[in-house]
Design a binder for this molecule. Sequence first.
Ligand code: FE2
Length: 441
Amino acid sequence: MNAPQALTRWSNPGSSRVPFWAYTDPALYQRELDRIFYGRHWSYVGLAVEIPNVGDFKLTAIGERQVILVRDRVAPRERATDDGIRVLENRCAHRGVRFCQQPHGNARSFVCPYHQWTYKLNGELAGLPFKDGVKAQESGGECVQGGMPADFDMGAHGLTRLKVATVHGLVFASFDYGVEPLTDYLGPAVMPWLDRIFQGRTLTLLGTNRQRIPGNWKLMMENIKDPYHPGLLHTWFVTFGLWRADQKSRMVMDAQGRHAVMVSRRNEAAPAAAAVTAGVTSFKAGMTLHDDRLLDVVPEPWWTIPDPAQPGAQITPTVTMLTLFPGLIVQQQVNSLSTRQIVPRGPGSFDFVWTHFGFADDTPEMTRRRLRQANLFGPAGFVSADDGEVIELSQAGFRQWGEGGETLCELGGTGTEATEHMVTETLIRSMYAYWKKIVEP
Ligand SMILES: [Fe+2]
């Protein structure tokens, strides 16, 4: 079934029932790439601190298009307004070759291996062999053979250069120059939660993980918009009190419902109320850790901010999970911090790239603490391994039933409003309400 037909088969109004074909249909997936990842949206491509020096680059992707995040040379007088960060498509302007294969490195220029077309760090074509042909001796003397046409315009044959914007060291790019300014795109409801983690701070890189998860890319966004599951699926969270249904929590979303923040506060060593853990098979009452440094949580001053929702009040979450549509998750779970980038790989698969970070003024003890707590996350994380597995099982269930099925997403009703508790699937519904508008024929 092609996507236009599929979308007319959306049998329910609203967004609380998501048809299985939304996760499996190849034509719909192509439309998502065109309209979301290659369209008027901002996609996260990395942290500025990953490319600190001129020539530093990192290979990444937006949708299925590989792009290069690179630090360009900038003249001294322009440095106040230009940080030199460029994002270039990894596709040679000559014959379409994906010329860069190194995951990261430092380059003076980019050279395509096929015919050695050479590009500056800003993507401009710097030169190509035999542009002016070759000199040869003929009976009448020297002549020029071959070469590009005399009107060949070097300036018109650079790499595709994306629109780039950086906020607090997070770099975003878009193929569509008509995209709105980045801070407008993120919106005033979400920005305080990004400011809280990043504003005015110098980041340090602690490490990366990557994994390929055999499920549709939207399932990962759903997972982090779903405050209902962590206290049920994750033994680690429910047993050690890191995430339980009775915590003080807030579900925040932007005006369009596409981005969200789950804000929550850990129960300080409080025993779980019986009603919260009764019948929850993942709760292991007697479970303790041989190495309790994994839960050596130390509150940090920046956790407390003026409450964006209540003038004059303050708020001190221990957990904030930001989902920035379409493909970025920013995680603070107690002392562990990471970005997670979602790179779709066909309708039934995506790459999940984790970057764990800290701050330049962290003590060595805090750095070790962040690294230890990072063991909860990533492909084999004590918590996150569960998510990768259930996403795979979700996709398997959609495939085995086929097009006629749909998910049920009605905890807390069928609406899409912000809430002050976590017993709701409102953030998932709000994302699909936005998504529907974008992918509709
Ligand atoms: Fe989870």
